[in-house]
Ligand binder design. Sequence first.
Ligand code: HMG
Ligand code: NDP
Length: 424
Amino acid sequence: MSVNSRIPGFYKLSPPERFKAIVERSGLPEGELASMVTADGKMLAIADRMIENVVGTLSIPLGVAANFTINGRDYLIPMATEEPSVVAAASNMASVARLHGGFWASSDQPIMISQIQVVGAKDPQAARLRLYERRQDLLDLANEQDPLLVKLGGGAKDIEVRIVNVADKTYVVLHLIVDVRDAMGANAVNTMAEALAPLVAQIACGRVRLRILSNKADLRLARVRATYDCQALGGPDVVDGIIDAYAFAAADPYRAATHNKGIMNGITAVVLATGNDTRAVEAGAHSHAAAGGRYTSLSHYEKDDAGNLVGTLELPMAVGLVGGATKTHPVAQAAVKLLGVKGAQELAEIIVAVGLAQNTGALRALAAEGIQKGHMSLHARNIAVAAGADGDEIEKVVARLKDEGHVRLDKAQTVLAELRQSGR
Ligand SMILES: CC(C)(COP(=O)([O-])OP(=O)([O-])OC[C@H]1O[C@@H](n2cnc3c(N)ncnc32)[C@H](O)[C@@H]1OP(=O)([O-])[O-])[C@@H](O)C(=O)NCCC(=O)NCCSC(=O)C[C@@](C)(O)CC(=O)[O-]
Ligand SMILES: NC(=O)C1=CN([C@@H]2O[C@H](COP(=O)(O)OP(=O)(O)OC[C@H]3O[C@@H](n4cnc5c(N)ncnc54)[C@H](OP(=O)(O)O)[C@@H]3O)[C@@H](O)[C@H]2O)C=CC1
């Protein structure tokens, strides 16, 4: 059935009114869409302020990874993800890393880059130098936009001016380099870039087009290392298998994409749980993986003298504690409280530690028993539910699927039918 999606002023309705409108337009029974609107009134009101055209909320499971020690301190780490076995794998590797002191992490100052694109400058090379000559004026104007940030020790710190050539065009691109302290910083630096645009256009004798941050936040790297005990991982062959898996990802972009997806399983889950911008972090990660001109592994693995596995990971980590959904979503606020973090850099360090643990967990499984055993046995619960199992039936179906080694929907449906027929 086709739906007429033109709804003038849809955004002006309340969430219940919008829901009524989409039920009418969809032609579906209300009951089939009712799960969209299960949030309580308070949460619905919060959601309605967070984004546009809200009808309801989507609950994503929130797990807490155990066993993490980072820079000598223990953390309970909230992770929001829909994917089974992610939290288990992170907790598992954190307990192995713990045997050698856990994760050791560090991070750069929270520096973001905002880009101002100038088009039509007749003398781009000279324009570039004129912009450098006015560096202090530009920084002063930027800092007038955010006195609080400056008071906190942040603010615009420097400029860089690049020439970008595309076909027959030349753009003069000014980078405003801003210390955003405990913010993710997008809004803060975008405000500065927009305020600077007229002066930049005047100095460069061109016209400004884009004024927006770069998600290639490569001045804001977070890094982590951990030593995983050889025996606890399963022995020297597993360690060698992990190193082979890493070498494969380092050399082959097809494998690197999956390898890095495994890292992002952990990273995105913590970024989301803390109300941070998952797309910004993901864009930063993948641009970093391709920084050398060829897409490759974000992590590295090697052996120490005793044959233990040493894992390292380094990537941009633009996360904050003061802006975005971190301040407006009650679950994100609770997640930040549970972590007990004092600043954005500490949060960034925790997130990369989870990314490394997640990556090592997946590689260990791949190098040892294969991914399906652990992942699919935890996924079996989803399959049982998808087959229609309810209450006690779920664990019974899961047990049969695992015993018989087939975690598949058709098998789950057959098992469920048999259970119901036999009345067990
Ligand atoms: C799932 C495990 C850990 C089981 O592994 P296991 O050896 O059966 O676990 P165990 O029963 O010996 O328990 C060891 C520890 O794991 C944790 N653990 C164990 N079970 C649970 C559970 N049910 N719930 C929560 N935590 C669990 C827990 O910390 C536990 O310690 P304990 O608490 O007993 O002292 C293992 O099979 C594993 O790590 N598998 C890999 C899972 C994975 O990586 N999933 C990601 C999804 S696949 C993907 O998207 C990415 C990928 C794979 O393509 C990336 C790539 O290719 O690189
Ligand atoms: N490409 C991208 O990634 C884009 C992302 N976004 C979105 O931008 C949002 C993040 O922007 P962000 O600038 O972090 O958010 P906010 O603008 O909400 O927060 C930053 C502001 O908070 C104030 N502040 C208070 N205390 C501190 C502190 N300790 N450290 C730093 N600042 C402090 C500052 O001054 P003051 O109070 O004076 O403002 C600062 O400008 C996210 O929701 C993201 O999704 C938006 C556009 C593009």
